[in-house]
Write a protein that binds this ligand. Structure first.
Ligand code: GAL
Length: 812
């Protein structure tokens, strides 16, 4: 009863607030016009856009194009370099005249120049960061006036080590608020004291008076608990002169607060009301969590007072066939897949993420290693190295202010593998100090780090400037840790194991770098580039060195670009041409469309020991290899297993927890199995008890297609996605692990095709065409809802297989 009453009160209060205040936010998703190139007059109100394309935001202009076969594999072989224009009319009818009006860009790749009614309203450089512009003075409120937003985007000066995307690839919002308001990102919630039975919550809001007279201003902070009930309500008043801004801070003590944790991500809300003359004129909302974080020298990372080993993955910003275009559902799905494997943390390698990523981490109980820059060099979006101070100031300010209230963020990183900074040339340490100071200026509650890769430079003691040792690969953290044992260690990049889903080569490699001319990487999980290792090594090092707070695997998902080992340079060194270089990575634990590789089960078996995993590799279709040796591996959370081929035991294997050969600790391997078609069966045991069994069979050739959607009902908002897995089955209903037929895709009704792919880093089929090839039996089709409710019909057919149709409902 109480809670209903409180909910009503809050509703009444908000309603009154909404009536009285003028804060509005409109996401500018539809009705954009787009053109590539730089037609003259594109920014003018009168520009003729009749031959421009209609697009919606998010938009990545390059990902829908054909691959450039002999192009640069490192950046995905897609035509992302160039310039383009976006235009749209702004509708001011919901905005009160006299209000302040802002445009918020979550990120634009790259160097956007923003024009309103032909005049430059502002610009940005760094293609991954959020920025906002005050456009109030540029707007025309006269009757029948048109207000035109035009954005020029230019990636020509940008460079990258992966596929960066191109265009307005994250959302744009038109925001308005009263002239006296809490500034955008102006509220900061901290919890200076957290005790077992209470917490102090400090809410500070930066309020600005943009009227022409001094005012007495009251700020009231309402705190709602995770159930939506008001648990505190405090006000404070100050005078603000015309044009002045200042902090309004209140402290609230909450009894028995619910902690935000990876197990139970409880979220509180602060509602900030600004009033003048007892009238509420501005209301804004901040989500926060109550949790304690601490890095200890010898006992890793502690969340709410207990040790949590970081089971993390690195995620680049791209979403496979969707390119860089950011759809919240694509991200949510990435996180769901990673969580299902046992992930409790992600690193936003190597740039500021979309704001929704942080919201999802908060909601899903995932810790976030939040990083702002990659190597500060010509490959990292930074052209003006002479003006470092202002570049760092602006970009770190936006990065930290935007993200500092998210409980999921447990550490800030000022950058990845900045070579000159690590080595202290070009004033490296001075620049490091500058970056760290800007982070600490806007948030003093979290540790800060820098991610390193050059082992010897630890001798220069750059770690004296920051809080936690973060090192990539090869146990390089050891020297820094030895020199400064009072700091914990994060393996910020582990593994970099490479493999292709569904592809196996034997005999097993002698060395991790034994790559063949097949242009695919064997999925026995023994391969890594020379600087890297296999996942089992990192598990072992963490077991043996408990001060290590955890790891972030490179990478959770495959991504466009960086196709090590089949980069242009490497294939040429192998005597092949640029055409043979791949277009996407082999590093992922799951492929580029989210289908698990074998490694997924290796991680799951170790990271989620409470869940049953029994996974057999390879498949059992080895026609022509009868009588030859085909190694069989099992990834399981059990400790032993017995393997049977056609009913005949191949012996029992057990993990060796103290072996110095890491694979013997974490996998079960029968290296001398003789192939004969039929059945492979595994019976797994845990602590002497039978855990379960698993069987795979030799199949016949596929005869039909099977479609399964991850979600059969989605929202009719032009943004929601359904991922439809396509599999090829034989006449007995078994997956044909070799099927590679071409498929035709037809989509009709209340949605459209958003993309399709199959996890083959060597596929040059366009990513948003109505066709896709099966790759080792599987492919993925991504459907996007329209704005109207209805059903989307997807028909997948093939010359050689019986097709299938599936319906996805979309609802308002
Ligand atoms: C690291 C780098 C990553 C990625 C990775 C591949 O050194 O930080 O961005 O390139 O290597 O192994």
């Amino acid at each position: 009863m109480k809670s209903k009453f409180t909910a009503f009160l809050i509703f009444a209060l908000l309603f009154q607030g909404l009536l009285a205040q003028q804060r509005t936010a409109e996401i500018l998703q539809n009705n954009w016009k787009f053109i590539k190139g730089d037609p003259s007059g594109a920014k003018e109100i009168s520009a003729n856009t009749s031959d421009w394309e209609n697009v919606s935001i998010p938009h990545d202009w390059a990902v829908e194009e054909d691959f450039i076969k002999d192009g640069d594999g490192d950046t995905g072989k897609l035509p992302w370099k160039g310039q383009a224009w976006y235009r749209r009319d702004l509708d001011l009818s919901a905005i009160k005249k006299g209000n302040k009006v802002f445009l918020m860009f979550d990120a634009v790749m790259a160097f956007p120049k923003v024009y309103i009614n032909g005049e430059l309203a502002g610009q940005w450089d760094y293609g991954y960061n959020s920025f906002y512009l005050d456009i109030t003075d540029k707007l025309d409120y006269s009757e029948n006036a048109k207000n035109v937003l035009a954005v020029h985007v230019d990636t020509r000066k940008h460079d990258s080590r992966w596929y960066p995307g191109a265009g307005i690839y994250r959302k744009v919002s038109l925001i308005s608020m009263a002239p006296i308001h809490t500034k955008i990102w102006g509220t900061q919630v901290t919890t200076p004291i957290i005790k077992p039975n209470y917490a102090d919550v400090r809410i500070s809001s930066l309020v600005k008076n943009e009227t022409s007279e001094a005012k007495e201003i009251t700020v009231t902070q309402h705190i709602l608990n995770p159930e939506g009930n008001e648990v505190s309500n405090k006000s404070i008043s100050h005078d603000l002169r015309a044009g002045e801004e200042n902090y309004f801070e209140v402290n609230a003590q909450l009894i028995d607060p619910m902690r935000w944790d990876i197990e139970h991500p409880h979220l509180y809300k602060a509602i900030t009301e600004v009033s003048v003359d007892e009238k509420i004129i501005d209301v804004s909302e901040t989500t926060f969590g109550i949790r304690s974080i601490e890095f200890t020298p010898d006992d890793g990372f502690q969340l709410n007072g207990r040790r949590v080993q970081l089971k993390g993955v690195n995620l680049h910003h791209g979403h496979g066939p969707l390119g860089a275009a950011f759809y919240p559902r694509a991200m949510e799905r990435q996180l769901e897949i990673m969580k299902s494997m046992g992930v409790n943390a992600i690193r936003s390698s190597h740039n500021t993420a979309a704001p929704e990523v942080l919201e999802l981490c908060d909601k899903m109980g995932i810790l976030m290693f939040n990083e702002v820059f990659d190597k500060y060099d010509r490959k990292a979006d930074i052209v003006d190295t002479t003006n470092f101070e202002s570049f760092a100031e602006r970009n770190i300010r936006n990065f930290v202010m935007r993200d500092r209230n998210h409980p999921s963020v447990f550490i800030w990183s000022v950058g990845n593998e900045m070579h000159d900074v690590q080595a202290n040339y070009n004033n490296g340490f001075k620049r490091l100090h500058t970056m760290l100071n800007y982070v600490r200026k806007y948030d003093h509650t979290r540790p800060v780090t820098m991610v390193n890769d050059v082992l010897d430079n630890a001798a220069l003691r750059h770690f004296d400037f920051y809080d936690v040792h973060s090192w990539n690969y090869g146990r390089r953290y050891r020297l820094a840790r030895q020199m400064e044992p009072n700091k914990s260690v994060i393996i910020s990049e582990s593994a970099s194991t490479v493999s292709t889903r569904g592809f196996y080569e034997f005999p097993l490699p002698k060395k991790k770098t034994d790559f063949t001319k097949s242009l695919q990487v064997s999925s026995y999980d023994f391969h890594a580039p020379d600087w890297a290792e296999i996942g089992d090594d990192d598990f072992m090092w963490q077991q043996d060195e408990p001060y290590i707070a955890g790891e972030f695997v490179w990478t959770g998902f495959d991504y466009l670009g960086e196709p090590t080992p089949y980069t242009n340079k490497n294939v040429k060194a192998m005597g092949m041409s640029d055409k043979e270089a791949a277009r996407s990575s082999y590093f992922g634990i799951v492929d580029i469309v989210g289908i698990p590789k074998d490694r997924y089960y290796l991680y799951k078996s170790y990271w989620k020991p409470e869940e049953k995993t029994i996974h057999i590799l390879p498949h059992w279709n080895w026609k022509g290899k009868e009588g030859e040796n085909v190694p069989v591996f099992v990834y399981t959370n059990g400790d032993c297993a017995e393997l049977f081929i056609n009913g005949e035991s191949q012996g029992k294997q057990c993990k060796s927890p103290s072996s110095k050969n890491s694979t013997e600790r974490f996998r079960l391997m029968w290296k001398d199995v003789v192939y004969q078609p039929g059945e492979v069966k595994v019976v797994a045991y845990k602590q002497g008890e039978k855990l379960g069994e698993k069987t795979i069979k030799t199949t016949s050739e596929a005869t039909k297609i099977k479609l399964s959607a991850d979600r059969k009902t989605i929202k009719a908002n032009g943004m929601d996605l359904s991922y439809v897995l396509v599999e090829a089955f034989d006449k007995n209903g078994n997956l044909d692990p070799l099927a590679n037929q071409s498929l035709q895709i037809e989509v009709s009704g209340a949605g459209e095709l958003a993309g399709a792919g199959n996890g083959d880093p060597q596929s040059f089929e366009p990513l948003q065409d109505h066709k896709v090839d099966l790759f080792y039996g599987k492919a993925m089709i991504i459907l996007k809802s329209g704005m109207e409710a209805g059903s989307i019909k997807l028909k997948v057919s093939s010359k050689d297989l019986k097709g299938e149709t599936i319906k996805i409902e979309t609802e308002k």
